[in-house]
Design a protein around this ligand. Structure first.
Ligand code: IPE
Ligand code: IPE
Ligand code: MG
Length: 231
């Protein structure tokens, strides 16, 4: 069983288009998939779930779609915070949280704070997230430490990079799922996914529920993770 599953939740727009609905309906139905997968993780014992909810690149989308997504995020938090409390699940965000509209940011920070001591599982939302930006920020922090003398260049190791990312204590994902058939990373967790097993399904995110998640876990269970070895 993977301890950490990361998901690129893609295909909401195409799901809506197929049904002659506005794109936001796809995002709204996608929020139900988030609830379903969160519940499935609890059942399966997956401790960390990272969801790519909004990329830094997504800021170039039409204003109305961005506004719709932000208000959906607020509604999602209001509707689901109690479930995090009931299940002892900690909410975290990776990404440039400071880019988000103030009301959403406030709501997020409140739930993050209220759930910070929970230890049954972690829901990590990637919001205004870009992996290259995360690495740039890490490099700047490391360079700062070298400059002020608290770190020497010789001591920079892989762990040093990991320790300066947005969620330094979270183990790398074991399994990365992307819905809607696209076979690309779209600037998601480039460093952290080095040895993740990849699973791409043609199913659009709004149709990705417990059953589809179970299929991904089954596929993962059949993989042989060699990490460079010959076994
Ligand atoms: C994923 O669905 C959700 C976000 C990126 C916010 P899309 O909105 O990218 O849906 P498609 O790819 O256009 O179908
Ligand atoms: C990736 O999906 C980002 C999220 C799921 C939040 P996109 O739909 O933005 O990715 P591209 O543009 O197809 O690469
Ligand atoms: Mg997309």
């Amino acid at each position: 069983m993977p301890s950490h599953v990361a998901i690129i939740m893609d295909g909401n727009g195409r799901w809506a288009k197929q049904r002659g609905l506005p794109r936001i309906k796809g995002h709204e139905t996608g929020a139900e998939s988030v609830r379903a997968v969160l519940r499935a993780c609890k059942k399966a014992g997956v401790h960390y779930l990272t969801l790519y909810a909004f990329s830094m690149e997504n800021w170039i989308r039409p204003k109305e779609e961005i506004a719709g997504l932000m208000s959906l995020l607020s509604r999602f938090l209001r509707k689901n915070a109690h479930e995090l409390h009931e299940n002892n699940i900690r909410l975290r965000v990776i990404g440039r949280i400071e880019d988000l509209p103030a009301p959403v940011r406030k709501e997020l920070l409140r739930v993050i704070d209220e759930t910070k001591d929970y230890d049954e599982g972690q829901l990590i939302l990637a919001l205004s997230y870009g992996s290259r930006a995360e690495l740039v920020e890490a490099v700047k922090k490391i360079a700062g430490e070298v400059k002020d003398g608290s770190l020497s260049v010789e001591d920079i190791a892989e762990e040093t990079i990991s320790q300066h990312l947005y969620a330094p204590d979270v183990p790398d994902p074991d399994l990365m799922i992307r819905t809607s058939g696209e076979m690309r990373l779209s600037n998601f967790l480039l460093w952290q996914l080095s040895y993740a097993e990849l699973y791409v399904t043609d199913v659009f995110w709004p149709d990705f529920r417990e059953e589809q998640f179970a299929q991904a876990l089954e596929s993962y269970a059949r993989r042989h993770r060699r990490f460079g070895d010959v076994k």
